[in-house]
Design a protein around this ligand. Sequence first.
Ligand SMILES: [Zn+2]
Length: 293
Amino acid sequence: MPAAWRPERVQVGEWRITALLDGTMRLDGGAMWGVVPKTLWARLTPPAEDNTIELALRPFLLERGDWKVVLEPGIGGHLEEKWRRIYALDRRTTLAFSLHALGLGPGDITHVVASHCHFDHIGGWLTRDAAEELAPLFPRAEHRAPAVEIEAAKSPDPARKGGYSPTNVRVIERAGLLRSYARDEELLPGLVAHEAAGHSDGVSVITVNEHGPGETAIFWADIVPTSHHVQPAYIMAYDLDVPRSYASRSKWLARAADEGWLGLFYHDSEHAFGRVTRASERYAFEALEGERQ
Ligand SMILES: [Zn+2]
């Protein structure tokens, strides 16, 4: 997929949304599907011989007036070699590369917004400086993440440790660029973060133009990681609080389907955009192609 990457774009209210890419990774299909039997999930996301499935790392660029917001900055290039191998990380297309393809440099970005602080969602806001030290990739941007997630990333409890890297948060904090957000906070006009915990303790979905005229979009983060995870019970093994995850997923899937919201998908390797719809007692997914740039 990375070789064929081309930006795809939609307009939602006053916000122009472009799908970027910070590479792909592979995770065990069983972990991505939790208690769902393989006979079922293997039809939806066919695994390779080693049982892994391909996942995108897909940041989005949200533009309105002078604001240029990177939503979910990707995994970044600083994972240790051992972990790059384990995750089969392929970064032939990176966040910086995909912004460059749109004529933008790191200094043009005014805000970075993260749904939660797992390493595969925020590592991409770091780069290496001339002295090979980790530094903010976007030196002028205000970096926003849920308060609960910033604390979890800095001192994760043992059960949650695997998903976080304290460095990812500390480098941005030391640079004076980190600002936490509270649950249900409006980050910029028309951009609202709603806590939807369960996958992690502070993970949020981000809505775009929820109250404005015209359509609404929802960034699903890890609440609905791929377009196949649209049934409330399709909960990843990574979600540590399963009942809470079920409640969050049920609430937001119903709202998005009933109000016809456009979904933005972070990990889906094929679809950046699409709608969740009701199909009798279940949900279905309808892909939407953005305008190719
Ligand atoms: Zn996560």
